[in-house]
Ligand binder design. Structure first.
Ligand code: NAP
Length: 168
């Protein structure tokens, strides 16, 4: 079974997005590097709006995009339901001998998938932001929390935090 990991950056109230981008824009360069290091070589699954927020397909990763519509880019592997996207992800993982995949947003996909995830990898930013999209609330008691590092960048302080789900 593929290990499913939700990776997200959040403000201190769970803020995720504003007007189709992250509320802090692309200002956290070290966090973008962390995201790339963690996800490189693994499939990433996302909603259509998150796909549209990216400059293009994420290289070195199968880009699985959930949409009821059509995306005119052969690098987007599109599926009309989450179930079909997950089945495709499992197949890619089986074929590559890999064992983990990342859910990379946005709010609607994190919310739909959080109960299926084995792990959350959150960038917790110690600031509040205007937002129109939030990370779903979750029961912290269900997870073991480990702070991996704390970074100061561009006037922001943030920590990379790993939440591993306890045995159910
Ligand atoms: N802070 C972070 O780490 C982070 C990460 C990712 C995204 N974001 C932000 O989050 C925002 C986008 O999040 P969002 O919740 O608005 O949108 P989203 O989850 O990225 O995309 C929603 C779209 O995905 C498709 N979709 C989702 N679930 C589906 C399902 N069960 N069946 C079929 N289609 C489904 C639909 O596309 P169609 O309408 O085409 O059918 C839906 O309109 C942006 O502001 C983005 O910058 C932040």
């Amino acid at each position: 079974m593929t290990r499913l990991i939700e990776i997200a950056a959040v403000g201190s109230r769970g803020e995720l997005g504003l007007n189709g981008d992250m509320p802090w824009g692309r200002s956290l360069k070290q966090d973008l590097k962390f995201f790339k290091e963690q996800t490189k070589g693994h499939p990433v699954l996302m909603g259509r709006k998150t796909w549209q927020s990216l400059p293009g397909a994420l290289p070195g990763r199968a880009n699985i995009v959930i949409t009821r519509g059509v995306i005119d880019n052969p690098k987007a592997l599109t599926y009309p339901t989450l179930e079909e996207g997950l089945a495709a992800l499992e197949k890619i993982e089986e074929e590559s001998g890999n064992d983990k995949a990342f859910i990379i947003g946005g709010g609607s996909v994190y919310a739909a998938m959080i109960d299926k995830c084995d792990e959350l990898l959150l960038t917790e930013i110690e600031s509040t932001f205007d937002a129109d999209t939030w990370f779903p609330e979750f029961n912290h008691d269900d997870f073991e929390r480990t702070v991996l590092d704390t970074i100061e960048e561009n006037g922001f302080t943030y920590s990379h935090v790993r939440y591993v789900r306890k045995p159910r």
